[in-house]
Design a protein around this ligand. Structure first.
Ligand code: NAD
Ligand code: ZN
Length: 341
């Protein structure tokens, strides 16, 4: 089968012929229709230190996708051939304490699709049926193919009550922008999002942010004054991984504020702990999505009228994958989709 793989230890990604993956008793064989490019795929493409230390070569990468079930292992229940599915990219062990307690998203032995095992940038993908999520008929292939990052946004945004609250989102990457849309949809008052990239700030405004602030040009405090916010933000969603952005967030939280942290800092970062202590802040780390509550919530949010479609700014046929990676790397895009169908 055709597959997009990391075949060399250097910058880039290459189209190859790979073995069709072999299915076990509890697995689904999925024929891929659409895949999306994640920030993680860009780290792998750029072959940074994390990628060098993590990704075995050769390796088929990718983990954001939608496809159709074409075969099932003999133990699989609850799916049929022809089902349209996306899937949770964290494959969990099933035997650690958290897995056995049903807190599967906290499994300590997670294996990543397209990171630690063969991924979805291919004509076919095999995953455990447990990880698959059936896509309701009224949700498009395009949207289904970005359920993985949409799930990061939903899991982070819904970590704390947002109704009537003022929310600060640092980082208007695709995930930050989708989180802004979710926060508005579920009833936050002001949703202020920050970045240093004008293209993405514009997109965030289009998707419902009250204010999109370029922190290289404007002070967050000034925007808060304009909005009549005298006390500070109630909820913070850190979605940049940039240390200065996180410290800006700490400085502008109200006492008793709550912060959910998704962004991954590139290395150790200094934290002004006095802000955390004297403000009585609550900080929650976020990894992935809740299995499978986040997935049901994603479907329901869309079915209740949330429109995240503007985040998909580019689509390319799979043979134009290089254009897709170049577009994603330029920073002048939201989500980029590669079509296999
Ligand atoms: P992204 O890199 O596209 O977005 C990050 C954004 O932060 C960029 O638009 C960048 O311009 C912006 N930024 C840079 N400097 C800034 C500053 N000073 N203030 C505010 N924003 C600034 O990433 P993404 O795909 O949207 O993901 C968001 C973050 O979440 C990344 O750090 C990613 O690694 C991380 N992530 C974590 C998980 C998890 O499970 N914890 C999953 C997916 C992604
Ligand atoms: Zn486990």
């Amino acid at each position: 089968m055709k597959a997009l793989a990391k075949t060399k230890s250097k910058v880039g990604i290459w189209m190859t012929q790979a073995e069709k993956p072999v299915m076990g008793h509890n697995d689904l064989l999925i024929k891929i229709r659409k895949t999306a490019i994640c920030g993680t795929d860009m780290h792998i493409y750029n072959w940074d230190d994390w990628a060098k230390a993590t990704i075995p070569v050769p390796m088929v990468v990718g983990h954001e996708y939608v496809g159709e079930v074409v075969d099932m292992g003999q133990e699989v229940r609850g799916f049929t051939v022809g089902d349209r599915v996306s899937g949770e990219g964290h494959i969990t062990c099933g035997h650690c304490r958290n897995c056995r307690a049903g807190r599967v998203h906290l499994c300590r032995n997670t294996v990543g699709v397209g990171v630690n095992r063969e991924g979805s940038f291919a004509e076919y993908l095999v995953i455990p049926a447990f990880n698959a999520f059936k896509i309701p008929d009224n949700i498009s292939d395009e949207l289904a193919s970005i359920f993985d990052p949409f799930g990061n946004a939903v899991h982070t945004a819904l970590s704390f009550d947002l109704v009537g609250e003022d929310v600060l989102i640092t980082g208007a990457g695709p995930i930050g922008i989708m989180a802004a849309a979710v926060a508005k949809h579920v009833g936050a008052r002001h949703v202020v999002i920050t970045d240093v990239n004008p293209y993405r700030l514009e997109l965030a405004k289009k998707m419902g942010a009250t204010r999109a602030v370029d922190v290289s040009k404007q002070k967050l405090k000034d925007v808060m004054n304009e909005l009549g916010m005298t006390e500070g933000f109630d909820v913070g969603l850190e979605m940049s991984g940039v240390p200065t952005a996180f410290n800006d967030m700490l400085n502008n939280m109200n006492n008793g504020g709550k912060i959910a942290m998704l962004g991954i800092p590139p290395s150790d970062m200094a934290v002004d702990w006095n802000q955390v202590i004297f403000k009585g802040l609550v900080i929650k780390g976020i990894y992935g999505r809740e299995m499978f509550e986040t997935w049901y919530k994603m479907a329901s949010l869309i079915q209740s009228g949330l429109d995240i479609s503007p985040i998909i700014t580019h689509q390319f046929p799979i043979d134009k994958f290089q254009d897709g990676f170049d577009t994603m790397g330029s920073g002048q895009s939201g989500k980029v989709i590669l079509n296999w169908d």
